[in-house]
Write a new protein. Sequence first.
Length: 479
Amino acid sequence: MKNADSRLTVITFELAGAMLAIDAAHLQEVIEPVAVSPLPFVPPFIDGLVNVNGQILPQINLSAFMAKDADALPTNSMDTLLVVDLHKTQLVLKVGQVFEPCDIDVDAIHAVDDNPAVRWQPEMLSGTVDYLQQHLLLVNVQTLERIVSQRQAAPAVGETPGFLGKASDRELEQQTLLDYLLVEYQQRTYAFELDEVKEVLDISTYNELHRGEDWVLGVSLVHETPVLLLQLAGLLHDDTVNAVSDNTRMLHVLLVQAEGVYCGLVVDAVKGLCQVREDQLLIDKRAEHPTLQFDDGQMVEVLPVASLLNEDIRAHIEPWQPNLRERQQIQQIPTREYLRFFIDNDAYAIEIHAIQRIVGLKQLTPLLDEHGFVLGTIELEGYVLPVIDLDLQLGYRSQGVDGSEYTEYVIIDDDEGYSWALAINHTDDIVHVPEPAIDSLLTTDSLISAYARFDTQLISVLNLPTLCRQNIRPERVTA
Protein backbone atom coordinates (compact mmCIF):
# COMPACT_ATOMS: atom_id res chain seq x y z
CA MET A 1 0.00 0.00 0.00
CA LYS A 2 1.82 3.14 -1.25
CA ASN A 3 1.16 6.61 0.10
CA ALA A 4 1.35 9.79 -1.93
CA ASP A 5 4.84 10.61 -0.62
CA SER A 6 6.33 7.32 -1.92
CA ARG A 7 5.96 5.53 1.38
CA LEU A 8 4.83 1.93 1.63
CA THR A 9 2.61 0.64 4.44
CA VAL A 10 3.72 -2.80 5.60
CA ILE A 11 2.87 -5.29 8.32
CA THR A 12 5.93 -6.41 10.28
CA PHE A 13 6.26 -9.76 11.98
CA GLU A 14 8.83 -12.05 13.52
CA LEU A 15 9.84 -15.17 11.59
CA ALA A 16 12.36 -17.64 13.00
CA GLY A 17 14.22 -14.88 14.85
CA ALA A 18 14.25 -12.38 11.95
CA MET A 19 12.06 -9.33 11.28
CA LEU A 20 10.09 -9.47 8.05
CA ALA A 21 7.44 -7.29 6.45
CA ILE A 22 4.72 -7.74 3.82
CA ASP A 23 2.76 -5.15 1.85
CA ALA A 24 -0.32 -4.32 3.93
CA ALA A 25 -2.43 -4.05 0.76
CA HIS A 26 -2.52 -7.86 0.61
CA LEU A 27 -3.52 -8.36 4.25
CA GLN A 28 -7.14 -9.22 4.98
CA GLU A 29 -7.00 -10.33 8.58
CA VAL A 30 -4.69 -11.29 11.47
CA ILE A 31 -6.00 -14.23 13.52
CA GLU A 32 -4.83 -16.69 16.14
CA PRO A 33 -3.99 -20.28 15.09
CA VAL A 34 -6.97 -22.51 14.23
CA ALA A 35 -7.35 -26.25 13.74
CA VAL A 36 -5.53 -27.54 10.65
CA SER A 37 -6.74 -30.44 8.47
CA PRO A 38 -3.55 -32.08 7.10
CA LEU A 39 -3.29 -32.93 3.42
CA PRO A 40 -1.42 -35.99 2.15
CA PHE A 41 1.26 -35.87 -0.55
CA VAL A 42 1.86 -32.09 -0.41
CA PRO A 43 5.14 -30.14 -0.10
CA PRO A 44 6.41 -29.79 3.49
CA PHE A 45 5.68 -26.05 3.65
CA ILE A 46 1.91 -26.68 3.34
CA ASP A 47 0.44 -27.34 6.79
CA GLY A 48 -3.00 -28.24 5.41
CA LEU A 49 -6.43 -26.59 5.18
CA VAL A 50 -8.00 -24.22 7.71
CA ASN A 51 -11.51 -22.82 8.10
CA VAL A 52 -11.46 -19.02 8.20
CA ASN A 53 -14.91 -17.45 8.55
CA GLY A 54 -16.48 -20.31 6.59
CA GLN A 55 -13.82 -20.28 3.87
CA ILE A 56 -11.52 -23.29 3.45
CA LEU A 57 -8.03 -21.94 2.75
CA PRO A 58 -4.58 -23.54 2.47
CA GLN A 59 -2.16 -22.69 5.28
CA ILE A 60 1.50 -22.16 4.37
CA ASN A 61 4.34 -22.26 6.87
CA LEU A 62 6.14 -19.15 5.64
CA SER A 63 9.48 -19.95 7.26
CA ALA A 64 9.58 -23.41 5.62
CA PHE A 65 8.47 -21.86 2.33
CA MET A 66 11.15 -19.14 2.25
CA ALA A 67 14.12 -20.80 3.95
CA LYS A 68 17.18 -22.25 2.26
CA ASP A 69 17.23 -24.95 4.94
CA ALA A 70 13.99 -25.11 6.93
CA ASP A 71 15.37 -27.72 9.34
CA ALA A 72 18.08 -25.31 10.53
CA LEU A 73 15.64 -22.53 11.49
CA PRO A 74 14.73 -21.73 15.11
CA THR A 75 11.05 -21.93 16.00
CA ASN A 76 8.85 -18.85 16.38
CA SER A 77 8.29 -17.49 19.88
CA MET A 78 4.58 -17.67 19.08
CA ASP A 79 2.45 -18.46 16.05
CA THR A 80 0.09 -16.05 14.31
CA LEU A 81 -1.86 -16.36 11.06
CA LEU A 82 -1.98 -13.76 8.30
CA VAL A 83 -4.95 -14.11 5.93
CA VAL A 84 -3.75 -12.63 2.63
CA ASP A 85 -5.21 -12.06 -0.82
CA LEU A 86 -2.79 -12.52 -3.71
CA HIS A 87 -5.10 -11.20 -6.42
CA LYS A 88 -6.98 -14.39 -7.39
CA THR A 89 -5.59 -16.59 -4.63
CA GLN A 90 -6.45 -16.43 -0.94
CA LEU A 91 -4.33 -18.24 1.59
CA VAL A 92 -3.12 -18.22 5.18
CA LEU A 93 0.52 -17.58 6.16
CA LYS A 94 1.77 -18.95 9.46
CA VAL A 95 4.28 -16.48 10.96
CA GLY A 96 5.52 -15.49 14.42
CA GLN A 97 4.46 -12.50 16.47
CA VAL A 98 2.81 -9.73 14.42
CA PHE A 99 3.44 -6.04 15.15
CA GLU A 100 1.70 -2.77 14.27
CA PRO A 101 1.65 -1.50 10.65
CA CYS A 102 4.33 0.99 9.73
CA ASP A 103 5.30 3.21 6.80
CA ILE A 104 8.67 2.80 5.14
CA ASP A 105 10.41 4.96 2.55
CA VAL A 106 10.32 3.21 -0.83
CA ASP A 107 13.55 4.95 -1.89
CA ALA A 108 15.32 3.46 1.13
CA ILE A 109 14.68 -0.13 0.04
CA HIS A 110 17.82 -1.96 -1.07
CA ALA A 111 18.19 -5.11 -3.14
CA VAL A 112 18.97 -8.39 -1.38
CA ASP A 113 22.26 -10.10 -2.21
CA ASP A 114 22.58 -13.88 -2.30
CA ASN A 115 24.68 -13.96 0.85
CA PRO A 116 25.36 -17.51 2.09
CA ALA A 117 24.90 -16.21 5.63
CA VAL A 118 21.31 -15.18 4.88
CA ARG A 119 18.92 -18.01 5.76
CA TRP A 120 16.24 -17.02 3.23
CA GLN A 121 16.14 -17.77 -0.49
CA PRO A 122 16.93 -14.45 -2.24
CA GLU A 123 14.06 -14.75 -4.75
CA MET A 124 11.65 -14.83 -1.79
CA LEU A 125 12.68 -11.30 -0.78
CA SER A 126 11.96 -8.12 -2.72
CA GLY A 127 14.36 -5.96 -0.70
CA THR A 128 15.62 -4.85 2.70
CA VAL A 129 15.21 -1.62 4.63
CA ASP A 130 16.26 -0.20 8.00
CA TYR A 131 13.39 1.03 10.17
CA LEU A 132 13.70 2.31 13.76
CA GLN A 133 17.05 0.60 14.19
CA GLN A 134 15.60 -2.65 12.91
CA HIS A 135 16.63 -4.49 9.77
CA LEU A 136 13.45 -5.43 7.87
CA LEU A 137 13.30 -8.04 5.09
CA LEU A 138 10.43 -7.53 2.63
CA VAL A 139 8.53 -10.61 1.43
CA ASN A 140 8.42 -10.83 -2.38
CA VAL A 141 4.67 -11.13 -2.90
CA GLN A 142 5.05 -11.64 -6.66
CA THR A 143 7.27 -14.70 -6.14
CA LEU A 144 4.92 -16.05 -3.49
CA GLU A 145 1.95 -15.63 -5.83
CA ARG A 146 3.76 -17.18 -8.79
CA ILE A 147 4.88 -20.31 -6.95
CA VAL A 148 1.53 -20.83 -5.25
CA SER A 149 -0.33 -20.31 -8.54
CA GLN A 150 1.81 -22.99 -10.19
CA ARG A 151 0.64 -25.47 -7.59
CA GLN A 152 -2.94 -24.29 -7.47
CA ALA A 153 -5.00 -22.57 -10.14
CA ALA A 154 -7.77 -20.19 -9.03
CA PRO A 155 -10.54 -22.41 -7.56
CA ALA A 156 -14.14 -22.14 -8.60
CA VAL A 157 -16.70 -20.65 -6.26
CA GLY A 158 -17.39 -23.02 -3.40
CA GLU A 159 -14.55 -25.37 -4.37
CA THR A 160 -11.86 -26.41 -1.94
CA PRO A 161 -8.41 -25.25 -3.04
CA GLY A 162 -6.10 -28.19 -3.67
CA PHE A 163 -2.38 -28.70 -4.06
CA LEU A 164 -2.66 -32.30 -5.27
CA GLY A 165 -3.13 -31.56 -8.94
CA LYS A 166 -6.91 -31.40 -8.80
CA ALA A 167 -8.32 -31.89 -12.28
CA SER A 168 -10.82 -29.02 -12.04
CA ASP A 169 -7.96 -26.69 -11.11
CA ARG A 170 -6.30 -27.31 -14.48
CA GLU A 171 -8.97 -25.86 -16.75
CA LEU A 172 -6.46 -24.30 -19.12
CA GLU A 173 -4.44 -27.51 -19.31
CA GLN A 174 -7.51 -29.60 -20.04
CA GLN A 175 -8.58 -27.22 -22.80
CA THR A 176 -5.27 -27.39 -24.64
CA LEU A 177 -4.07 -30.99 -24.27
CA LEU A 178 -4.13 -33.30 -27.29
CA ASP A 179 -3.88 -37.11 -27.10
CA TYR A 180 -1.44 -39.01 -29.28
CA LEU A 181 -0.18 -42.57 -29.60
CA LEU A 182 3.58 -42.86 -30.13
CA VAL A 183 4.96 -45.74 -32.19
CA GLU A 184 8.38 -46.76 -33.47
CA TYR A 185 9.06 -47.83 -37.03
CA GLN A 186 12.49 -48.40 -38.59
CA GLN A 187 14.18 -46.67 -35.63
CA ARG A 188 12.05 -43.54 -35.92
CA THR A 189 9.24 -42.33 -33.66
CA TYR A 190 5.89 -41.33 -35.16
CA ALA A 191 2.65 -40.07 -33.61
CA PHE A 192 -0.98 -40.88 -34.40
CA GLU A 193 -3.98 -38.97 -33.11
CA LEU A 194 -5.49 -41.29 -30.54
CA ASP A 195 -9.01 -40.79 -31.92
CA GLU A 196 -7.88 -42.10 -35.31
CA VAL A 197 -6.63 -45.41 -33.91
CA LYS A 198 -9.51 -47.83 -33.50
CA GLU A 199 -7.50 -50.46 -31.65
CA VAL A 200 -3.93 -51.52 -30.87
CA LEU A 201 -3.24 -55.24 -30.78
CA ASP A 202 -0.70 -57.97 -31.48
CA ILE A 203 -1.30 -60.38 -34.37
CA SER A 204 0.54 -63.69 -34.48
CA THR A 205 -0.64 -65.16 -37.78
CA TYR A 206 -1.76 -63.92 -41.19
CA ASN A 207 -2.14 -65.13 -44.77
CA GLU A 208 0.45 -63.74 -47.18
CA LEU A 209 -0.41 -61.96 -50.44
CA HIS A 210 2.44 -62.85 -52.81
CA ARG A 211 1.24 -60.78 -55.76
CA GLY A 212 0.65 -57.58 -53.84
CA GLU A 213 2.96 -54.67 -53.16
CA ASP A 214 5.97 -55.41 -50.94
CA TRP A 215 4.46 -53.34 -48.16
CA VAL A 216 1.17 -55.28 -48.23
CA LEU A 217 1.94 -58.12 -45.80
CA GLY A 218 -1.29 -60.06 -46.05
CA VAL A 219 -4.68 -60.59 -44.43
CA SER A 220 -5.44 -61.52 -40.82
CA LEU A 221 -8.66 -62.33 -39.01
CA VAL A 222 -9.44 -59.72 -36.32
CA HIS A 223 -12.65 -60.12 -34.31
CA GLU A 224 -13.97 -62.43 -37.04
CA THR A 225 -13.34 -59.72 -39.66
CA PRO A 226 -10.62 -60.03 -42.37
CA VAL A 227 -8.18 -57.14 -42.11
CA LEU A 228 -5.50 -56.12 -44.60
CA LEU A 229 -2.05 -55.58 -42.99
CA LEU A 230 0.16 -52.79 -44.37
CA GLN A 231 3.71 -51.72 -43.55
CA LEU A 232 4.25 -48.02 -42.97
CA ALA A 233 7.14 -47.85 -45.44
CA GLY A 234 4.85 -48.03 -48.45
CA LEU A 235 2.51 -45.40 -47.03
CA LEU A 236 5.46 -43.09 -46.33
CA HIS A 237 6.88 -43.55 -49.85
CA ASP A 238 9.95 -45.22 -48.35
CA ASP A 239 11.68 -47.70 -50.65
CA THR A 240 13.20 -49.48 -47.65
CA VAL A 241 10.63 -52.06 -46.58
CA ASN A 242 11.30 -54.41 -43.68
CA ALA A 243 11.30 -57.96 -44.94
CA VAL A 244 9.03 -60.28 -42.98
CA SER A 245 10.28 -63.78 -43.56
CA ASP A 246 8.12 -65.51 -40.96
CA ASN A 247 4.39 -64.98 -41.07
CA THR A 248 4.01 -66.49 -37.60
CA ARG A 249 6.01 -63.86 -35.72
CA MET A 250 4.13 -61.39 -33.53
CA LEU A 251 3.15 -58.15 -35.29
CA HIS A 252 2.27 -54.90 -33.53
CA VAL A 253 -0.73 -53.49 -35.38
CA LEU A 254 -2.77 -50.28 -35.30
CA LEU A 255 -6.30 -50.76 -36.62
CA VAL A 256 -7.40 -47.67 -38.55
CA GLN A 257 -10.17 -46.69 -40.93
CA ALA A 258 -10.50 -43.93 -43.53
CA GLU A 259 -12.50 -43.48 -46.73
CA GLY A 260 -14.00 -46.97 -46.65
CA VAL A 261 -10.66 -48.68 -45.94
CA TYR A 262 -10.35 -50.68 -42.72
CA CYS A 263 -6.83 -52.03 -42.28
CA GLY A 264 -3.97 -52.69 -39.89
CA LEU A 265 -0.76 -50.65 -39.90
CA VAL A 266 2.23 -52.73 -38.80
CA VAL A 267 4.79 -50.95 -36.61
CA ASP A 268 7.94 -52.12 -34.84
CA ALA A 269 6.80 -51.09 -31.36
CA VAL A 270 4.08 -49.16 -29.56
CA LYS A 271 5.79 -46.69 -27.22
CA GLY A 272 2.70 -45.44 -25.39
CA LEU A 273 0.28 -42.56 -24.97
CA CYS A 274 1.21 -38.92 -24.56
CA GLN A 275 -0.52 -35.58 -24.22
CA VAL A 276 0.77 -32.33 -25.71
CA ARG A 277 -0.35 -28.74 -25.69
CA GLU A 278 -1.89 -27.25 -28.80
CA ASP A 279 1.08 -24.93 -29.21
CA GLN A 280 3.35 -28.01 -29.47
CA LEU A 281 1.59 -29.12 -32.66
CA LEU A 282 3.51 -27.45 -35.50
CA ILE A 283 1.88 -27.20 -38.92
CA ASP A 284 4.12 -26.18 -41.80
CA LYS A 285 2.36 -25.87 -45.18
CA ARG A 286 5.62 -26.84 -46.86
CA ALA A 287 5.77 -30.14 -44.93
CA GLU A 288 3.66 -33.16 -45.79
CA HIS A 289 2.70 -33.89 -42.17
CA PRO A 290 2.45 -31.90 -38.91
CA THR A 291 5.11 -32.24 -36.21
CA LEU A 292 5.01 -32.45 -32.43
CA GLN A 293 7.68 -30.50 -30.56
CA PHE A 294 8.24 -31.77 -27.02
CA ASP A 295 9.64 -29.68 -24.19
CA ASP A 296 12.97 -31.55 -24.35
CA GLY A 297 13.37 -30.47 -28.00
CA GLN A 298 12.42 -33.82 -29.54
CA MET A 299 10.51 -33.54 -32.83
CA VAL A 300 8.02 -36.27 -33.78
CA GLU A 301 6.20 -36.47 -37.10
CA VAL A 302 2.41 -36.86 -36.91
CA LEU A 303 0.88 -39.31 -39.38
CA PRO A 304 -2.76 -38.44 -40.21
CA VAL A 305 -4.59 -41.61 -41.21
CA ALA A 306 -6.48 -39.88 -44.05
CA SER A 307 -3.16 -38.75 -45.51
CA LEU A 308 -1.60 -42.22 -45.26
CA LEU A 309 -4.61 -43.94 -46.85
CA ASN A 310 -4.87 -41.47 -49.71
CA GLU A 311 -6.45 -42.14 -53.10
CA ASP A 312 -3.25 -43.53 -54.63
CA ILE A 313 -2.73 -45.99 -51.75
CA ARG A 314 -6.37 -47.07 -51.87
CA ALA A 315 -6.02 -47.83 -55.58
CA HIS A 316 -2.99 -50.06 -54.89
CA ILE A 317 -4.71 -52.12 -52.19
CA GLU A 318 -8.20 -52.26 -53.73
CA PRO A 319 -7.66 -55.72 -55.32
CA TRP A 320 -7.10 -57.22 -51.86
CA GLN A 321 -9.38 -55.01 -49.76
CA PRO A 322 -12.09 -57.06 -47.92
CA ASN A 323 -15.72 -56.00 -48.18
CA LEU A 324 -16.60 -53.82 -45.19
CA ARG A 325 -20.24 -54.85 -44.96
CA GLU A 326 -19.62 -57.04 -41.90
CA ARG A 327 -17.37 -54.38 -40.39
CA GLN A 328 -20.07 -51.75 -40.81
CA GLN A 329 -22.57 -54.00 -39.05
CA ILE A 330 -20.16 -54.47 -36.16
CA GLN A 331 -19.60 -50.72 -35.90
CA GLN A 332 -23.30 -50.16 -35.23
CA ILE A 333 -22.87 -51.92 -31.87
CA PRO A 334 -21.77 -49.43 -29.14
CA THR A 335 -18.34 -50.18 -27.73
CA ARG A 336 -16.21 -49.02 -24.81
CA GLU A 337 -12.52 -48.24 -25.10
CA TYR A 338 -10.09 -49.66 -22.53
CA LEU A 339 -6.37 -49.67 -21.84
CA ARG A 340 -5.46 -53.31 -21.17
CA PHE A 341 -2.55 -54.51 -19.03
CA PHE A 342 -1.57 -57.70 -17.22
CA ILE A 343 -0.67 -58.71 -13.68
CA ASP A 344 0.69 -62.28 -13.46
CA ASN A 345 -1.02 -63.16 -16.78
CA ASP A 346 -4.38 -61.86 -15.54
CA ALA A 347 -5.89 -59.20 -17.82
CA TYR A 348 -7.05 -55.89 -16.33
CA ALA A 349 -8.35 -52.72 -17.97
CA ILE A 350 -8.92 -49.02 -17.29
CA GLU A 351 -11.46 -47.00 -19.26
CA ILE A 352 -9.61 -44.68 -21.63
CA HIS A 353 -11.66 -41.59 -20.70
CA ALA A 354 -10.35 -41.82 -17.10
CA ILE A 355 -6.69 -41.73 -18.16
CA GLN A 356 -4.90 -38.39 -18.26
CA ARG A 357 -1.65 -39.76 -19.63
CA ILE A 358 0.92 -42.56 -19.38
CA VAL A 359 4.45 -41.66 -18.32
CA GLY A 360 7.66 -43.62 -17.93
CA LEU A 361 9.33 -44.45 -14.66
CA LYS A 362 10.11 -41.40 -12.52
CA GLN A 363 11.97 -40.87 -9.26
CA LEU A 364 9.82 -42.20 -6.43
CA THR A 365 9.80 -40.41 -3.07
CA PRO A 366 8.79 -42.78 -0.24
CA LEU A 367 6.19 -41.72 2.32
CA LEU A 368 7.39 -41.11 5.86
CA ASP A 369 4.01 -42.26 7.13
CA GLU A 370 2.97 -45.32 5.13
CA HIS A 371 -0.72 -45.91 4.57
CA GLY A 372 -3.03 -47.72 2.20
CA PHE A 373 -1.31 -49.20 -0.84
CA VAL A 374 0.70 -46.07 -1.70
CA LEU A 375 4.30 -46.69 -2.78
CA GLY A 376 5.26 -43.04 -2.48
CA THR A 377 4.95 -39.91 -4.59
CA ILE A 378 6.25 -38.64 -7.91
CA GLU A 379 6.45 -35.08 -9.22
CA LEU A 380 4.88 -34.40 -12.61
CA GLU A 381 4.96 -30.88 -14.06
CA GLY A 382 4.89 -29.26 -10.62
CA TYR A 383 2.21 -31.55 -9.16
CA VAL A 384 2.92 -34.11 -6.45
CA LEU A 385 1.03 -37.34 -7.20
CA PRO A 386 0.62 -40.40 -4.96
CA VAL A 387 1.61 -43.71 -6.58
CA ILE A 388 -0.65 -46.73 -5.99
CA ASP A 389 0.86 -50.24 -5.93
CA LEU A 390 -1.80 -52.13 -7.90
CA ASP A 391 -0.16 -55.53 -7.41
CA LEU A 392 -0.37 -55.06 -3.64
CA GLN A 393 -3.88 -53.61 -3.57
CA LEU A 394 -5.30 -56.34 -5.81
CA GLY A 395 -3.76 -59.04 -3.59
CA TYR A 396 -0.95 -60.30 -5.83
CA ARG A 397 1.56 -59.57 -3.05
CA SER A 398 1.31 -59.52 0.72
CA GLN A 399 3.80 -56.70 1.23
CA GLY A 400 4.97 -53.61 -0.62
CA VAL A 401 8.08 -53.15 -2.73
CA ASP A 402 10.31 -50.20 -3.57
CA GLY A 403 8.66 -49.67 -6.96
CA SER A 404 11.79 -50.32 -9.04
CA GLU A 405 10.22 -53.29 -10.85
CA TYR A 406 7.52 -51.12 -12.45
CA THR A 407 8.00 -49.55 -15.86
CA GLU A 408 5.13 -47.08 -16.29
CA TYR A 409 2.70 -44.85 -14.41
CA VAL A 410 -0.89 -44.42 -15.60
CA ILE A 411 -2.14 -41.00 -14.45
CA ILE A 412 -5.84 -40.94 -13.57
CA ASP A 413 -8.32 -38.65 -11.78
CA ASP A 414 -10.66 -39.98 -9.10
CA ASP A 415 -14.29 -38.94 -8.67
CA GLU A 416 -13.23 -36.09 -6.34
CA GLY A 417 -10.92 -34.66 -8.99
CA TYR A 418 -7.61 -35.67 -7.39
CA SER A 419 -4.85 -37.12 -9.54
CA TRP A 420 -3.17 -40.47 -8.85
CA ALA A 421 -0.46 -42.54 -10.53
CA LEU A 422 -1.05 -46.27 -10.95
CA ALA A 423 2.22 -48.25 -11.08
CA ILE A 424 2.13 -51.05 -13.64
CA ASN A 425 4.68 -53.19 -15.44
CA HIS A 426 3.51 -52.82 -19.01
CA THR A 427 0.52 -51.36 -20.83
CA ASP A 428 -0.50 -53.95 -23.37
CA ASP A 429 -2.81 -52.25 -25.86
CA ILE A 430 -6.05 -50.36 -26.42
CA VAL A 431 -9.10 -52.54 -26.95
CA HIS A 432 -12.69 -51.79 -27.99
CA VAL A 433 -15.20 -54.06 -26.28
CA PRO A 434 -18.84 -54.22 -27.47
CA GLU A 435 -21.21 -53.22 -24.70
CA PRO A 436 -23.11 -56.56 -24.83
CA ALA A 437 -19.80 -58.23 -23.85
CA ILE A 438 -19.47 -56.14 -20.67
CA ASP A 439 -21.02 -57.39 -17.43
CA SER A 440 -21.15 -54.78 -14.65
CA LEU A 441 -20.96 -55.87 -11.02
CA LEU A 442 -24.00 -55.39 -8.79
CA THR A 443 -21.95 -53.71 -6.02
CA THR A 444 -20.02 -50.44 -6.34
CA ASP A 445 -17.71 -51.22 -3.41
CA SER A 446 -15.55 -53.77 -5.22
CA LEU A 447 -12.17 -52.97 -6.77
CA ILE A 448 -13.63 -54.38 -10.00
CA SER A 449 -16.48 -52.54 -11.75
CA ALA A 450 -17.12 -55.00 -14.57
CA TYR A 451 -15.94 -58.04 -16.48
CA ALA A 452 -15.35 -57.64 -20.21
CA ARG A 453 -15.18 -60.49 -22.72
CA PHE A 454 -12.68 -59.73 -25.47
CA ASP A 455 -12.05 -62.45 -28.06
CA THR A 456 -11.48 -65.50 -25.85
CA GLN A 457 -10.17 -63.44 -22.92
CA LEU A 458 -11.82 -62.27 -19.70
CA ILE A 459 -10.75 -58.77 -18.63
CA SER A 460 -11.36 -57.29 -15.16
CA VAL A 461 -12.21 -53.58 -15.39
CA LEU A 462 -10.89 -51.57 -12.42
CA ASN A 463 -13.30 -49.57 -10.25
CA LEU A 464 -11.18 -46.42 -9.96
CA PRO A 465 -13.29 -44.49 -7.37
CA THR A 466 -13.17 -47.41 -4.91
CA LEU A 467 -9.53 -48.14 -5.69
CA CYS A 468 -8.50 -44.54 -4.96
CA ARG A 469 -10.79 -44.19 -1.94
CA GLN A 470 -8.99 -47.03 -0.17
CA ASN A 471 -5.76 -45.02 -0.35
CA ILE A 472 -7.07 -41.72 1.04
CA ARG A 473 -6.04 -40.70 4.52
CA PRO A 474 -8.98 -40.53 6.97
CA GLU A 475 -8.69 -36.74 7.30
CA ARG A 476 -9.45 -36.35 3.56
CA VAL A 477 -12.63 -38.41 3.71
CA THR A 478 -15.69 -36.19 3.96
CA ALA A 479 -18.98 -37.15 5.53
